[in-house]
Unconditional design. Structure first.
Length: 297
């Protein structure tokens, strides 16, 4: 592997409050790995650019270009030098100093296009805790083309919040330029091309969200729109109902029955957003811009 055999790519925007633990972990990783840090910034007005440069990162500026989950990451990956690219968000916090080891080992296995690690929720709502436990459990797994057929609500094939990809696979299949779920779209493309993916639970970061009802609707509107464009949203009503039933049972056991009504309201809003997003292609563009969270043309 060359001196820049591994590249960490981080899209940033006003991330000064959350970046320091991640940058400290990356600095420590550079002491033992051939690692470069490439950030692509969307016009931060806080101390983000300075923190990145102090950590030795190369900072790319979008220069007023709208952020796109796939498009912006593709630009940063193209500018990076590593044959292995670690995708991160600015609000993940590594759990230990070995957080990258399992990912890097997995992504260099033959025929593996990418690997993603465990995301441990901290400060997340009960529904988001359930999603994290379902998607980021303690057992490693290999993900193959068969998993695309089993994909359903709440499922994850890969994660661009904390994952690593092989540049050779990215050259064949860049991240799709869609409003959200670019990681699921990329995963589907590489899996259908015959590659495999890996889930590596010993690679851990803290990462979670506590979304308001309004943000839950908007984010899931984007998710429904993106997954519909990828033809990954079929049968969502039946699968969604089964997902919610399992979730409410889990929340009742974990948090008590008093937490169930709030979770049911949250899931109703989330499902409404997702189903509306599935129909975005039939709606005027202004409606999508109003209801979604991610930028649109």
């Amino acid at each position: 592997m060359s001196a820049a055999g591994i590249s960490a790519v981080i899209p940033t925007l006003d991330g000064a409050a959350t970046l320091p633990p991640l940058l400290a972990a990356l600095r420590r990783a550079r002491e033992r790995l051939p690692l470069e840090i490439v950030a692509i910034d969307s016009g931060s007005r806080d101390a983000t650019p300075g923190l990145l440069r102090e950590a030795g990162a190369r900072v790319l500026d979008l220069g007023g270009e709208p952020f796109g989950h796939g498009r912006t990451r593709n630009r940063a990956i193209a500018a990076a030098e590593g044959e292995i690219v670690v995708l991160l968000t600015q609000d993940v916090e590594p759990v230990s100093d070995t957080w990258l080891d399992g990912l890097l080992a997995a992504v260099t296995e033959p025929n593996v296009a990418g690997a993603f690690g465990r995301q441990v929720p901290r400060g997340a709502s009960p529904p988001e805790q359930y999603l994290a436990e379902r998607n980021y459990g303690s057992s490693p797994r290999a993900i193959t083309r068969a998993d695309v057929r089993r994909f359903g609500p709440g499922a994850t094939l890969f994660s661009s919040a904390f994952g690593a990809l092989r540049r050779a696979a990215w050259r064949e299949h860049p991240l799709p330029d869609i409003v959200m779920s670019e990681d699921q779209g990329w995963a589907r493309a590489v899996l259908e091309a015959g590659w495999e993916l890996r889930y590596v639970p010993e690679a851990e970061v803290y990462h979670g969200h506590r979304l308001s009802l309004a943000r839950a609707f908007r984010r899931n509107f984007d998710s429904g729109s993106s997954l519909a464009s990828l033809r990954l949203a079929g049968g969502a009503w039946r699968a969604g109902a089964a997902h919610v039933a399992r979730e409410l049972e889990w929340i009742g056991r974990r948090h008590g029955l008093g937490a169930v009504p709030g979770a049911l309201l949250y899931e109703a809003v989330r499902l409404a957003g997702f189903q509306c997003g599935r129909l975005e292609r039939f709606l005027p563009g202004a409606v999508g811009r109003l209801l979604g969270e991610a930028p649109r043309a």
